[in-house]
Design a protein around this ligand. Structure first.
Ligand SMILES: [Zn+2]
Length: 64
């Protein structure tokens, strides 16, 4: 099994948006920021630890 993209899962404290950022995007200024309101997200979990059961509800910020 391979991990593929290493995801970081975030929850926006302002609008409640669930989103995820691939660790390959960590150098981007938008990394870990809400795609809706640009607030700094609260880290919920990541691929290795705390992988959320509802992971598919988290939007990939790389699509923006
Ligand atoms: Zn937000």
């Amino acid at each position: 099994m391979t991990w593929g993209i290493y995801w970081m899962f975030y929850h926006c404290p302002d609008c409640g948006k669930k989103f995820k950022s691939g660790a390959d995007m960590i150098t981007e200024p938008t990394f870990g920021r809400c795609p809706v309101c640009n607030a700094e997200g609260v880290l919920i979990g990541e691929s290795k630890e705390g992988y959320p059961a509802d992971a598919e509800d988290y939007e990939d910020t790389a699509e923006y």
